[in-house]
Design a binder for this molecule. Structure first.
Ligand code: IPE
Ligand code: IPE
Ligand code: MG
Length: 237
């Protein structure tokens, strides 16, 4: 079982276009999938689930779409906070630094984090206004400010300056919609992740699709640059 699963929730716009609906309808339809995937992950025993909801690059979308997403996310957070809490889920928001984020939304994020901070079930990290490169640059700044000598910097001490340094490396990334790229997502943490690219658009993705992705992960040989014991014999002559 992967300990940390991360999802790039992609394909909302195409889902709407297929139905001749505005892109915003696709975002609205994504809510059901989000709840379904959280539930499937929790039931399967995944300890860490991360969802990519809004990237630092998504600010370049038309302002009406951005505004819609801000309002939608606020509504979803408020609507489901009690459910998340009663399920024992610890919620976190990764990113959330841009001044364009409505203060009321930032407050709702903070409230949900506080409400669920003592929970010991799955940790749900929602990446919102997130950029992997920005996190790395911020970590570098924080490291330099700490006055550590250059030669003392290690991968471990560097990672300790990333946001939520207790987050384990990502084991499995699921990117829906068939797109096969990283789009600046948790760059440090995905260094050795396995990837799956289900051809399903995010609003059509459901718990059983999530379980299929877990199954695909279980078929992978994770080598981390080494050789598996089963591959370790001398070549047969
Ligand atoms: C993902 O769906 C949601 C966000 C990035 C907020 P898209 O909006 O990227 O959908 P497509 O890729 O245009 O289909
Ligand atoms: C990545 O999807 C960001 C989120 C899912 C939140 P995009 O649709 O924004 O990424 P690109 O533009 O295809 O790289
Ligand atoms: Mg997209």
């Amino acid at each position: 079982m992967p300990r940390h699963v991360a999802c790039v929730m992609d394909g909302n716009g195409r889902w709407a276009a297929q139905r001749s609906l505005p892109r915003t309808s696709g975002h609205r339809a994504a809510e059901t999938t989000v709840i379904d995937v959280i539930e499937a992950a929790r039931a399967a025993g995944v300890e860490w689930l991360s969802l990519y909801a809004f990237s630092t690059e998504n600010w370049s979308r038309p302002s009406a779409e951005v505004d819609f997403l801000m309002r939608l996310v606020r509504r979803v957070v408020r609507k489901h906070s009690v459910l998340l809490h009663t399920r024992g889920i610890r919620c976190r928001f990764l990113g959330v630094t841009d001044p364009r984020i409505p203060p009321a939304l930032a407050r709702d994020f903070a409230d949900l984090m506080t409400l669920t901070s003592g929970n010991r079930g799955m940790t749900l990290t929602v990446a919102f206004d997130h950029g992997g490169r920005r996190d790395i640059v911020e970590a570098a700044r924080s490291l330099i400010r700490s006055g550590v000598p250059a030669d003392a910097v290690t991968e471990q001490s560097f990672a300790a300056h990333l946001p939520y340094p207790d987050t384990p490396d990502v084991d499995l990334v699921i990117r829906t919609s068939g797109e096969q790229r990283i789009s600046n997502f948790m760059l440090w943490q995905v260094a050795y992740a396995e990837w799956v690219f289900p051809p399903v658009l995010w609003p059509d993705f459901r718990g059983p699709h999530f379980l299929e992705c877990l199954h695909a992960y279980q078929q992978r040989d994770r080598r981390f640059g080494g050789v598996l014991p089963t591959q370790n014999g001398e070549p047969r002559s």
